[in-house]
Design a protein around this ligand. Structure first.
Ligand SMILES: [Zn+2]
Length: 197
C-alpha cells in the first residue's frame, strides 16, 4: 500500500518511483513523496495518518495513529474526575479512530457491505441491518464498539462519551485540514494545466 494510491484517489499527479526497484516500490518515504507534489506532512501528521488508514488500510499508519490518539486521550483525561482503567484509554482510542476513518459508517457485517442479502428463495433483498452496506454512527453503535474493549454499562459509557466526542472531533479536524490542503493543491494544478492547454 503506497501513498501514490492514496493521492491518486485525490487525483494528484507527479509522484515518480523507480520501476526497476522491485515491483515499483517507492524509493521515497511518505513524507518525501508528499513534498514532491508540494504537500506537507508536518502541517497535520495526524490528519495524514487518518487518511492513510481510511484510504489504504495502512497497518503502520494505524499503529502511529493509535500512539498519537492515545497521547491526545491522556491529555483530555487530565480533567477526568475519579479513576479509570487503562483499558478505557484503549476503548476510547479504538472507537474514535474507527469513526474518524470510516466516516460513512462501519461495513455491515450482515451483508458484507453489499447492502443486499439473498432471501431463503434466492431473491435479492435490501439488507435490513444497514444503509447501503454501511452502519451509520449513532450513540448505540459507538457504545457497541466501545463495549467490545470495555464492556461497561451505558450510563458509564455516557461519561466516557464526553471525552470520546472531543477525541473524534480532534481526529476529524486534523483530517479536514489535510483534505483542505489537498483540494487547494488540486485547484492549483488545474489552473496550471489550463494555462498550458
Ligand atoms: Zn447490511
Amino acid at each position: 500500500m503506497r501513498i501514490e494510491t492514496l493521492l491518486s484517489k485525490f487525483a494528484i499527479k507527479g509522484i515518480n518511483y523507480d520501476p526497476l526497484s522491485g515491483g515499483g516500490k517507492a524509493l521515497l518515504s511518505a513524507e518525501e513523496q508528499l513534498a514532491v507534489v508540494g504537500l506537507c506532512w508536518h502541517e497535520s501528521p495526524v490528519g495524514w495518518l487518518v487518511l492513510f488508514v481510511e484510504g489504504l488500510r495502512d497497518v503502520h499508519a494505524l499503529k502511529q495513529l493509535q500512539i498519537a490518539t492515545r497521547g491526545e486521550t491522556l491529555r483530555l483525561m487530565e480533567d477526568w474526575r475519579g479513576v479509570y482503567p487503562e483499558k478505557a484509554l484503549t476503548a476510547l482510542c479504538a472507537t474514535a479512530i474507527a469513526e474518524a476513518t470510516q466516516q460513512n459508517g462501519q461495513v455491515c457485517p450482515e451483508c458484507d457491505g453489499a447492502g443486499k442479502v439473498l432471501s431463503k428463495c434466492n431473491h435479492q433483498r435490501k439488507c435490513q441491518c444497514c444503509k447501503n452496506g454501511r452502519i451509520e454512527w449513532t450513540q448505540e453503535t459507538r457504545f457497541a464498539y466501545f463495549a467490545q474493549v470495555l464492556p461497561v454499562t451505558y450510563s458509564r459509557f455516557k461519561q466516557y462519551y464526553k471525552i470520546l466526542n472531543k477525541l473524534t472531533h480532534w481526529l476529524d479536524f486534523n483530517r479536514e485540514s489535510v483534505v483542505m490542503s489537498v483540494n487547494k493543491k488540486i485547484k492549483e494544478e488545474r489552473m496550471v494545466s489550463e494555462m498550458f492547454n
